[in-house]
Design a protein around this ligand. Structure first.
Ligand code: SF4
Ligand code: SF4
Ligand code: SF4
Length: 277
């Protein structure tokens, strides 16, 4: 009898995640377009659950829920309830299968600088970042201006921004999420050491690279067997790719059976041969 594969089983997580992402994007868009009474009502509930709305309105209960969810499960918001993330995933899915992703080093300084700039502008009560730099606000601005054209220039610019986001997702997956999105950076700081994480068991890994090929966050470093959870958007796409049961979503951490393979870490917990950007 064929052995049950844990990774095939964990692949169900990916299917459930895609269904939640598609449904929430549909209802949130329906609420913005006032499409159907029930759809609009569900969409409004999902809008109220957006972490950026909670932060802007200082809704402590919603903030606490997202804090706990992210500390336990990682940046799962980015692959379920964020409508902009759903648009990027849709664009990325149109890539041909032979167009693979490769690990990229994090652009930490840029991510922190953008987040700090947005924070300072919000404190100074500048409305621009709320409408054009925070993920839900940007999605709302784009959908409203594209579907209810009042000023033709604003509609064209919005359509252009929407197209650029989709093209960037097609070419580089979640590159915008892991460079320019302040919410992604904030959630990434929390999810860096989340309880559940993507873990690679080096005793089983055959370095076939199939998991890294599909990682649109480009955060699986197979050289050092490290998954950068600050950039992982918890999409679960990598899990069903592994036929060796080596990559899993788990609260455990696997130690290497051969200590010589362990990367030497510096004081920043980074492999010594890697520079911090
Ligand atoms: S990083 Fe930002 S835009 Fe990307 S999915 Fe997360 S919240 Fe949405
Ligand atoms: S798919 Fe599995 S075996 Fe292949 S590189 Fe990834 S973790 Fe290793
Ligand atoms: S490591 Fe990459 S493919 Fe796997 S869950 Fe994270 S973002 Fe998705």
């Amino acid at each position: 009898m064929k052995e049950f594969s844990r990774n095939r089983g964990q692949g169900i997580l990916m299917v459930i995640r895609i269904i939640i992402e598609a449904a929430s994007a549909f209802f949130i868009t329906a609420a913005l377009l006032h499409y159907g009474t029930t759809s609009t009502a569900i969409g409004r509930e999902l809008t109220g659950a957006q972490p950026e709305i909670a932060l802007l309105t200082l809704s402590l209960s919603v903030i606490t829920v997202w804090l706990l969810i992210t500390l336990i499960f990682g940046r799962i918001y980015c692959s379920t309830l964020c409508p902009l993330g759903a648009v990027m995933d849709l664009a990325a899915r149109t890539r041909k299968r032979d167009r693979i992703y490769r690990y990229k080093k994090p652009l930490t300084a840029l991510r922190l600088a953008v987040m700090a700039a947005v924070f300072l502008l919000l404190v100074a009560r500048v409305s621009f970042p709320r409408e054009w730099m925070l993920p839900y606000g940007l999605y709302q601005s784009l959908i409203e201006r594209i579907t209810e054209p009042q000023v033709i220039g604003a509609t064209l610019i919005s359509a252009l921004i929407f197209a650029v986001i989709a093209i960037m997702a097609f070419l580089r997956g979640r590159i915008i999420c892991n460079t320019l999105c302040p919410m992604g950076t904030l959630l990434g700081m929390l999810s860096r050491r989340s309880l559940f994480h993507i873990d690679i068991n080096t005793d089983r890994c055959t370095q076939c690279r199939r998991c890294a090929d599909v990682c649109k966050a480009q955060c699986i470093d197979l050289q050092d067997h490290i998954v950068d959870m600050s950039r992982c958007v918890v999409c679960f796409d990598c899990l069903p790719q592994c036929s060796d049961d080596a990559i899993t979503y788990t609260p455990g951490r696997h130690t290497l059976s051969d200590p010589l393979m362990m990367p030497e870490l510096d004081t920043f917990n980074k492999p010594k041969n890697e520079t911090i950007s």
